[in-house]
Design a protein around this ligand. Structure first.
Ligand SMILES: *Cc1c(COP(=O)(O)O)cnc(C)c1O
Length: 419
């Protein structure tokens, strides 16, 4: 038995764990010679495609000059270039880039920045408002602001209290907005509202409108509650635009990015903040500095990969590819949405999702392992979220591969109904 303990894996079920030897484009190649279509971008990190030649070359170049360098009081060209590039492509009020190494740490940093801001401006606040069904990562703080359930029940005594608003399901948007407004009016004002813009990923690919997102931002601004956009999943084109916030004309106070930041090649994350938040920490008083670092902060090789990713976005028609993929996804989705057993077809940018009807068993539904096996047998990497199947492929996926994925989704619905 391998000593490797895998994430989100029940080793007791003895399910096969395929060994990948090489990646390319939209595919993983396994040790036993199979070509597996990666329909979920290896958990949402791969944007352009696996093993992108330009990213690989940038990593090779940077590795000639650099390894890790202390970032407290030191700097290097890849981090400087990347930070300037990020400021250019994100909303104007975001002026400062703080580096870390995963989406979860980007969120932890955002929460600490928020509390630092309120403490350093003499108005301590700590309550965070969150949306039902949200996911912000698996560290304690990130879990605290995420949906509670079987996946964090054992750890719940360590999770802090939050204010929660309902998901703005179609027709129930106003109730969600009113809930945020009511929480912002309480005597103990919230420090911040954190949200995944336009689509809740791990919560089941739940989509809501740009209009509602804009209304949340307006409520926060009116009540001086900081607005944190967690674009760890939605960023880098997934929703059809570089950032999901763009579609709502929303400029957050804090923006979290990771996953597609390096095109998926290396781990890296950033938390961007406004001048107000930065200035609340800048002082001659050392007790007001931002007390956060991780050993691999701003790893130069990862920063070089991310800087090259920005160059790819500048040089290549990435948005055009995203637009074409979005239309391809919609047409496949239209095709399967009539299949018996499937319901709730929805699409946003390059993300398409559909639910298995009547299987409502939540995260631990027996449907999950059945589907994993079903797709694995067909050399497809598709990983359902409870009863929801979604397809979120790298932007380079070809029509034939996309057809194979969606044909299998229809076949799975038929197979499950027949059981
Ligand atoms: C994946 C994800 C995270 C956590 O990122 P990790 O790199 O896995 O720690 C945070 N927020 C959202 C919206 C995510 O999808």
């Amino acid at each position: 038995m391998s000593p490797v303990w895998h994430p989100f894996t029940q080793h007791g079920l003895n399910e096969p764990i395929p060994r990948v030897v090489r990646t390319e484009g939209a595919a993983l190649h396994t040790a036993d010679g199979r070509r597996v279509i990666d329909a979920i971008s290896s958990w949402w990190v791969i944007t352009h495609g696996h093993n992108h030649p330009r990213l690989r070359a940038a990593i090779q170049r940077a590795a000639e000059d650099f390894d890790q360098i202390i970032f407290a009081g030191w700097t290097h060209e890849p981090a400087e270039t990347l930070a300037r590039g990020l400021i250019e492509i994100t909303p104007d009020p975001l002026r400062h880039v703080f580096y870390s190494d995963s989406g979860s740490t980007a969120v932890e940093v955002a929460l600490k920045m928020v509390l630092g801001f309120w403490a350093n401006t003499g108005r301590p606040r700590h309550r965070i408002v969150v949306m039902r069904n949200s996911y912000h990562g698996d560290t304690i703080g990130a879990m605290s602001v995420g949906e509670r359930g079987v996946f964090n029940q054992a750890y719940s005594p360590l999770l802090f209290d939050v204010g929660t608003i309902p998901f703005p399901a179609a027709g129930a948007e106003q109730a969600s907005l009113d809930a945020l407004d009511a929480l912002c009016r309480q005597d103990s004002k919230p420090a911040a509202f954190i949200v995944e813009p336009l689509i809740l990923g791990a919560g089941g690919m739940l989509i809501y409108s740009a209009e509602t997102l804009r209304a949340y931002a307006e409520i926060c601004a009116r009540h001086e509650v900081l607005f944190i956009a967690d674009e760890v999943m939605t960023g880098w084109g997934r929703t059809g635009t570089l950032l999901a916030c763009e579609q709502a004309g929303v400029s957050p106070d804090i923006l979290c990015l990771s996953k597609g930041l390096t095109g998926g090649a290396l781990p890296l994350a950033v938390t961007l903040a406004t001048s107000e938040i930065f200035e609340a920490h800048r002082s001659t008083d050392r007790s007001r500095m931002f007390f956060h670092s991780s050993s691999y902060t701003a790893n130069p090789i990862a920063c070089a990969a991310a800087a090259e990713n920005l160059a790819i976005w500048r040089d290549e028609p990435v948005l055009g590819r995203i637009d074409a993929l979005g239309r391809a996804q919609q047409s496949r989705l239209d095709r399967v949405s009539g299949c018996p057993g499937l319901t709730g077809a929805r699409c946003l940018g390059t993300i398409a999702a559909i639910d298995f009807d009547g299987a409502r068993g939540g995260y631990l539904s027996p449907l999950g392992p059945w589907l994993l096996g079903f797709f694995r047998e067909r050399d497809l990497l598709v990983r359902p979220l409870g009863d929801t199947i979604y397809v979120m492929p790298p932007y380079c996926i070809e029509a034939a591969d996309l057809d194979r994925v969606w044909d299998a989704v229809a076949e799975a619905a038929e197979g499950w109904s027949a059981l």
